[in-house]
Each structure stands twice: as C-alpha cells, then as structure tokens.
Design a protein around this ligand. Structure first.
Ligand SMILES: C[S@@+](CC[C@H](N)C(=O)[O-])C[C@H]1O[C@@H](n2cnc3c(N)ncnc32)[C@H](O)[C@@H]1O
Length: 589
C-alpha cells in the first residue's frame, strides 16, 4: 500500500500523544473476556477445551477444500475459534426458550464462522450472508454431510439485508463492509463481534459511499421491495426470520455516518488525515515483521479500530477491543465486541472483563530498538509463561527460554521487561536461558513511563480509599481501566516537564534519591469537566499534596504542580487545567 511513511509515522505519533496513548503503556487498551458459563454448556465447554476436535470433522474450517495449506488451515481455526468464543459469551446471555434467536455471519464467505455457530447452538438460526453466490454454494455443499437444520444463506450486499437479527458476527469483513455490519448491528441494537480487515479499502469509498449504501437500503425497504431477489428468498423463508416492515424501518433511527466515525476522533482528525491513517494501517502478514515501521503501522490499525469502538460508545454501546490469540493467527487480529448498554441481560459480562496488558505499548516498541527484532510468537509464549509466574506467589524466580535460540531469548527479555520483571542472561552454550525475578516492591515506586510518577501499594491504597466512597461513576472507572489498565499513579514530572528539563535519566535519578520516602497528604476527591461535541467529559481524581516533590520540582526549575491520582474519566483525561483544592467535591479533611 502506497503510504507516505514520514507523514504516516508523524500522524500516528501525534494521535497517540493527543489520545495520551503513548504515555503509560496505554496501547494495552485491549481487553479479554473470561467466557462465562461455558463449562455449563456441554458442547461449548468441549469446544473451549479441545477446539474443533470436539465437533463433527465437517465443521473444521482448517480442513475444507479451499484450504490447501496446513499453516493457513491452522490460522483459520484459530481465527474462527476466537470469534466463536467471543460470540458465545454474548449468545449465552440471550434466552432462546421463547423465541429462536437469529445470528448473522456477515461477509461469511464459505461460512466458517456460521457453520461452527450453527453446530454449537442448534437453538439458534444462523444466516451466512455474502455477496458471492459461489461462496454460499460451498456453505450448502458443506452442510450436505453435516445436515445442520439451522443454517441459512443470504446472497447480497450487507446494506441490503433487511431481516431482524439478534447477533452480528463478521470475520475479516473487508473495509467498508465492516462499517456496514456495525451500522446494521447498531440499528438493530444487537450485540456484535467483528474482526475487520483491509482498512485501505475504507479510503476511496469513504463516508459518502457508506451514506449512499445505507440510504439505498432505507429506500428499498421503505418501498417494501424485497432485497432478497437473488433467488435467495427461499433460503430465508422461515417464519422465525422476520423482515423489517416498512413501518418499522421508518422508526429506525438514522445513525450518522462520517469518517472518522466517532465524536472523539472527529475532534482531532479531519477526513483526509483519516484516509492517511487508514492507508498507514493497511499491511499484510510478514510484510513488515517487527520493524519500526511495523510498530507505527500496527498502532495506526489500532487507532482506526478505536475510532470504530468510540463510534459505538457514542451510540450507547458497551464495547471491548480484543485480540485474536495467538497474534500470529492473522495480521488483522483486532476483534471488536459490543452490546447495547440498555440490555440488562448482558450485564453479567461486565464482571468477566479484564484489561489485558498482553500487548506492549506500541510507542515503547517504536521508540526502543531493543524490541525491534523480537519475534511476536516467541514473545507471546514467553509473556504467557511469565504472567502465570507473576500470578503464583510461591515462586520468586524462573528460568525461561532454556535451550532455545537467540530470537526466543530476546523475546523472553522483552516479555519480562514489559511486565516490569528483573531479567538477566544466565548459563552457557545450549544451557543459556533468561533468569526472571520478581522485584520486591517498595510502597512508593518511582518509575519512568514517558512521565515520572509514583506507583506502588501506597498510591493503590489512596486510590482504593477514594473509590470506597462510591462518588465516582462506575462508567468513568471502567473507561480509565480500559485506556490505562488497572494500575494507579501520581505524576511527579509530566512528559512536557521532562522535555523542558532535557535529561530524563537525571530527573528520574533525583526523584528516586530524594522522594522514595516522601509524605503524601490526601485532601479529597476533585472533578473537572469539558465538552466533547455534544457530550460531557468529566475527570475524577484524588487531590493530594507532597511537599518534598514540590520542592524537587522547584529545584529543577519546574513550575509547581497540582499533584493528583486520576481515578476515572468519561472519555479521556484533561490536562492543562487546575486540579487543586478548588476542584474538591468530596473532602477527606
Ligand atoms: C476476506 S473474506 C472473509 C470470508 C469469511 N468470513 C472467512 O473469514 O473465511 C470477505 C468476504 O466478504 C464478502 N463481502 C465483501 N463486501 C461485502 C458486502 N458489502 N456485502 C456482503 N459481502 C461482502 C466477500 O465476498 C468475501 O467473501
């Protein structure tokens, strides 16, 4: 894809900075779902444990005629398994006893996702939708041996589909088709799991085409002309699949379509910069490997998906940005999951979400050469092993990557670094390995994350105390969790301060020498707000004082700072405003 590298890289870094995603390892906006109740669901529990071996061999997406290559087949399995498991957690929240539910595999191709869902959930009707009759023919051929009664096909464009449904899934829906699927789900107030691909294809068609497609769909259903004119009516003639009546369609709210799509991104990005971003985000497997260019182009893809995520949040959706694991399953491995906030039946999912720190900060990746030749799959394996090590309180050190090559050892060092573990090389020859040790945390840790801040148990307990007052809305806490992870901090010197002073290492060293036993006085909980488009963005924080830190700033020639610990925000943090006593609405004094 032809992309102006310098401009693309600059744009990505500017955006990361504006969204504060480069300051504290924050491209780990990725979340995970602990799939609820899968063990209770017999078929699903087995699928969860044993993958496609638990199902009829005809369901396996890795062994169809279309897949001749073993590795490709394995990747397809991993992709399908990831999307199906995420979809399952939504499906398990919906009760199908009164009415059969309808799931649509949009851009379903030969139905790899749709067939798996139909096999796992016989109480659901699954529609595989695609533009290409040839692909849908393959769905029918595959089903000849499977004899699944609950699978249907629908041929045509996504925008033309006018059947009510309860769940939208789409694996590798190309460019604008992913936006059309999201639009369909938002209009239906249905939950969705979407893995978009080909972001460059978004560019030439742009918002105007998307609007035209949606309008056409509205008009065709208002005149009540069936869009299922391609000989496919028969497929969908099932009393449980009801077509939107013209009256119902008239009631459907028109959801504005623009590029960027979200209020947040519209504030910071015009349409032409958005197109640049989409081009930067378009890259294929192995094209770039772990080069610096890979890092900022991956960041561009994540930003693009974040815009989609925020557009759904604007429409009252609860959303997750997830990753297909292993990361090698596909270069297009961002998975968007969402459900309408007003639907209580999905509320149990809230407790199942964890913010994942699996993906290292893209900016730290891009800035630090030590990451550049780290293999993603070795990194993934080492990271998983070290996460288990961190979770086990009975061990304080572990040797990993023993007997493996230098690439695996480098990845092990990188994984340990990303988890802030101490790591050293040990052993000789084929006994070389990486010794990883847990660091003994002092109550007040001083760390560099682009800014310098206090971390550790003292900061965590101040935040916990403030949260126990229940005066900060849960949605604001969740938004912070999503963007920043679970750790709290108190900034001592911002990235701007460090730029002004010039020598980050010297500032860090002075902070560590002079502030490791500093006193912190908690004053109260403060709030500041701003308008973002039509909505309000409130930021909540603990207002604190630290005389030693203020003195150190003075000695460094820096201005006094309103020390605080951010607890939550509706959309994003606000900087450059006072966060002092005057903002306190809940006092501790
Ligand atoms: C990359 S393939 C993915 C197929 C399948 N989901 C899979 O993962 O194997 C994308 C599919 O989307 C279909 N497609 C693209 N744009 C579409 C649209 N606007 N409406 C319906 N199908 C579309 C294509 O025909 C193609 O089969």
């Amino acid at each position: 894809m032809n992309v102006n590298r310098k401009a693309g890289e600059k744009l990505v870094h500017e955006l990361l900075e504006q969204l504060e995603l480069n300051l504290d390892g924050s491209l780990d906006v990725y979340s995970s779902l602990k799939y609820p109740n899968v063990e209770d669901h017999q078929r699903l529990g087995e699928f969860f444990k044993n993958g496609f071996e638990a199902l009829d061999p005809g369901v396996d997406p890795g062994s169809t005629d279309a897949i001749v290559n073993h590795v490709r087949g394995q990747h397809k399995r991993e992709q399908v398994q990831a999307i199906v498991l995420a979809a399952s957690s939504l499906m398990l929240c919906m009760d199908s006893t009164n009415r059969r539910k309808v799931g649509v595999d949009f851009c379903g191709g030969r139905g790899v996702v749709g067939i798996t869902l139909a096999a796992l959930f016989p109480e659901w009707d699954i529609v595989v939708l695609d533009l290409k009759p040839g692909a849908l023919k393959l769905v029918q051929t595959r089903n000849e041996s499977l004899k699944l009664k609950n699978i249907k096909t629908w041929q045509g464009d996504v925008s033309q589909f006018q059947v009510d449904f309860d769940l939208a899934v789409a694996l590798h829906s190309c460019g604008i088709a992913a936006d059309l699927v999201l639009q369909k789900a938002l209009i239906q107030r249905a939950p969705f799991v979407i893995v978009p691909c080909c972001t460059g294809a978004v560019v030439p068609q742009s918002a105007a085409l998307l609007r035209v497609a949606m309008n056409k769909a509205m008009i065709s259903s208002k005149t009540n002309e069936s869009s299922t004119t391609n000989g496919l009516k028969n497929e969908l003639q099932n009393e449980n699949l009801t077509k939107n009546s013209s009256q119902e369609v008239a009631k459907i709210p028109k959801i504005p379509v623009s590029m960027p799509r979200s209020i947040l991104f519209q504030r910071i990005l015009n349409e032409s910069c958005f197109c640049e971003l989409a081009q930067a985000a378009d890259f294929g497997q192995g094209e770039l490997d772990m080069t610096k260019e890979y890092c900022w182009r991956r960041a561009a893809k994540t930003l693009l998906e974040l815009d989609r995520i925020y557009a759904c949040i604007d429409q009252g959706y609860r959303t997750l940005l997830m990753k297909i694991r292993p990361l090698t399953a596909s270069p297009k491995n961002d998975m968007l999951v969402g459900w309408p906030k007003e639907c209580e039946r999905f509320s149990k999912l809230e407790e199942q979400i964890t913010v994942d720190t699996f993906v290292p900060s893209i900016s730290s990746l891009a800035e630090s050469s030590k990451w550049l030749d780290v293999s993603e799959s070795h990194f993934a394996a080492a990271h998983l092993q070290l996460k288990q090590f961190c979770a086990d309180p009975s061990v304080t050190q572990i040797c990993i990557a023993q007997g493996l090559g230098s690439v695996a050892r480098k990845a092990a060092h990188a994984a340990a670094e990303s988890l802030e573990l101490k790591h050293t090389s040990t052993g000789k020859g084929n006994r070389r390995s990486v010794l990883v040790e847990k660091q003994v945390m002092s109550p007040l840790e001083i760390r560099f994350r682009g800014y310098i801040g206090f971390f550790g148990s003292k900061i965590e307990s101040i935040a916990k105390l403030a949260l126990s007052k229940n005066v900060v809305p849960e949605s604001a806490l969740n938004q912070r969790l999503r963007l920043r992870g679970s750790e709290f901090h108190m900034t001592l010197c911002s990235s701007i301060d460090i730029k002004q002073y010039g020598k980050a290492n010297e500032v860090l060293d002075r902070c560590r020498r002079q502030l490791s036993c500093a006193e912190i006085t908690v004053l109260g909980i403060g709030c500041v707000e701003e308008k973002i488009g039509l909505s309000e963005n409130k930021v909540y924080f603990v207002v604190v004082q630290c005389a030693a830190a203020q003195n150190l700033r003075l000695n460094l020639g820096l201005l006094p700072f309103d020390f605080h610990i951010t607890l939550g925000f509706d959309v994003k943090d606000i900087h450059g405003v006072r966060k002092d006593r005057s903002t306190i609405f809940y006092s501790f004094l």
